[in-house]
Design a protein. Structure first.
Length: 117
């Protein structure tokens, strides 16, 4: 199992970024996909989820309305469009898959998002 996250960077408050996560080593289309983030000094937290068919999404906290999760099962890739970014969105963003209540054991290197003026 492998996850390769990309698309992070330094952005000013109010800006946008689009993250990508390329997955391999498992049957991507049968897994709910999840974006997590880990802020400096804090535990990893859930950001957004999308069902295997992409027909239902969930957003945590104040991400709803600013972030959009999507997926392309033909490309084994999940995306996170982030708009109206705030300094508190700063952190390392990771993706993972979940099926039958279990998250995959492998983690990628994540992609760093820094929101600062």
């Amino acid at each position: 199992v492998q996850f390769v996250e990309s698309g992070g960077g330094l952005v000013q408050p109010g800006g946008s970024l689009r993250l990508s996560c390329a997955a391999s080593g498992f049957t991507f289309s049968t897994y709910t996909m999840i974006w997590y983030r880990q802020a400096p000094g804090k535990e990893r937290e859930l950001v957004a989820t999308i069902t295997s068919a992409g027909d239902s999404t969930f957003y945590a906290g104040n991400m709803k309305g600013r972030f959009t999760i999507s997926r392309d099962n033909a490309k084994n890739t999940v995306y996170l469009q982030m708009n109206s970014l705030k300094p508190e969105d700063t952190g390392v963003y990771y993706c993972n898959g979940r099926r039958y209540g279990r998250t995959l054991d492998s983690w990628g290197q994540g992609t760093q998002v820094t929101v600062s003026s």
